[in-house]
Design a protein around this ligand. Structure first.
Ligand SMILES: [Zn+2]
Length: 200
């Protein structure tokens, strides 16, 4: 989604941090930020389900007050503020300040911090890729056994410790073919590498 959106149609930029209301309309160009699953999972962990709702709304809307966020998401204003502060501490949102000339009050306009989000998503993906590669190496370098009854899997080292008997039922262990796991990991690693290479 692309578009021009502004919830305040009577503002003009004074400097990068403070805007004052005037009679001139300013509409800033924005592109909505695509949020991927790993990022949503990260937000959910950080600020919960309400935080996901706020971030989703901000991904499609630009320069929004806490009151509008509360109205649009149905989340209590106090919670909206708490979530915004946590997101701000993690540099995931930033704000602009408007001074209302009539009341003299400051109004804060919130937006997602696009560069940081992209950076975060990228580093998360790199971390996952590292984990997958480690697991892939482990699978390639080990021989496994399993108990068909208890569905547990042991490495050669563990199995030999128990004399190739199941540590639960005492039955004979059978050799386990991990080719499917290796194939799966190979595919995932390739997908993720292609995905990450698109950022460069
Ligand atoms: Zn068993």
């Amino acid at each position: 989604m692309k578009g021009f959106k502004c919830f305040f149609d009577k503002i003009i930029c004074q400097d990068s941090n403070t805007i004052e209301r005037s009679e001139i309309s300013v509409y800033e160009y924005f592109e909505s930020i695509p949020l991927d699953e790993s990022f949503i999972a990260f937000i959910r962990e950080l600020v919960g389900e309400e935080g996901v709702a706020i971030v989703s709304f901000l991904s499609e809307n630009y320069d929004v007050t806490d009151e509008i966020l509360s109205q649009k998401t149905g989340i209590k204003l106090n919670n909206v503020r708490k979530i915004l502060y946590t997101l701000y501490d993690n540099q995931l949102v930033s704000y602009k300040r408007i001074r209302d000339k009539t009341t003299g009050w400051f109004i804060y306009l919130w937006r997602l911090n696009r560069d940081n989000i992209e950076f975060l998503v990228r580093s998360k993906k790199r971390a996952v890729l590292e984990k997958l590669k480690e697991r892939y190496e482990y699978e390639k370098q080990h021989v496994f056994f399993f108990c068909p009854k208890d569905k547990i899997r042991l490495s050669f080292e563990e199995a030999s410790e128990y004399g190739f008997k199941c540590k639960i039922c005492g039955g004979n262990l059978e050799s386990f073919d991990n080719a499917q796991i290796i194939n799966f990991l190979e595919r995932k690693i390739k997908e993720l590498e292609e995905d990450i290479s698109r950022y460069q």
